[in-house]
Design a protein around this ligand. Sequence first.
Ligand SMILES: O=c1nc[nH]c2c1ncn2[C@H]1C[C@H](O)[C@@H](COP(=O)(O)OP(=O)(O)OP(=O)(O)O)O1
Ligand SMILES: [Mg+2]
Length: 197
Amino acid sequence: MKQIIIATKNKGKAKEFKEFFAKKSIEALSLLDLDQAIPDVEETGSTFEENAALKAEQISSLLKIPVLADDSGLMIDALDGRPGLFSARYAGEPKDDKANIKKVLEELKEVSEDKRTARFICVLAVAIPGEATTFRTGYCEGKITDSEKGENGFGYDPIFVPEGYDVTMAELDSEEKNQISHRRNAIIQLEKWIHTL
Ligand SMILES: O=c1nc[nH]c2c1ncn2[C@H]1C[C@H](O)[C@@H](COP(=O)(O)OP(=O)(O)OP(=O)(O)O)O1
Ligand SMILES: [Mg+2]
């Protein structure tokens, strides 16, 4: 079976990439699947593109094969786009989904339903040895609830209601999330490249 390396140590992301690529008969391996210990990549960029490139390029240089990386986050209008680039560590180190959700809900406590609009963003970087890194971006529009609901997915899914739905992303099963997510909307733009694998 063909394989692609995804430069992530996030289990939730890794699962979704496995699901997308399995449909193309490609095995997506995350850094959690590799036998060799892979150092953490420091996300020191000031944009999603920069951070995605850091992850894809460092792992591609190390393994000397093409690597895909995902830098993603949640942007909330009433918070001027926060948590944004800092989504993973919004409530501090070490990164903690529950603490991040708590902080967001606290900050939105006084914000009315119609002003709780938000979007997920996913920037994918493709690093190929000897070639310039390329990028694709996907979004998913929605709004933030006032409490957590659902057990599926990861990250901010329990407080994000996608546009056109009345349940949270964490109440959708993975098949449903994978039809509308920011990650899906970025991955579909890689269709041509995926055929070359
Ligand atoms: O579909 C999603 N559903 C809910 N939350 C999500 C999603 N996609 C990204 N997010 C949140 C989780 C994390 O707080 C941040 C990503 O941070 P980001 O640095 O890209 O990933 P990460 O550090 O967890 O793993 P890694 O860098 O190893 O890929 O945005
Ligand atoms: Mg990260």
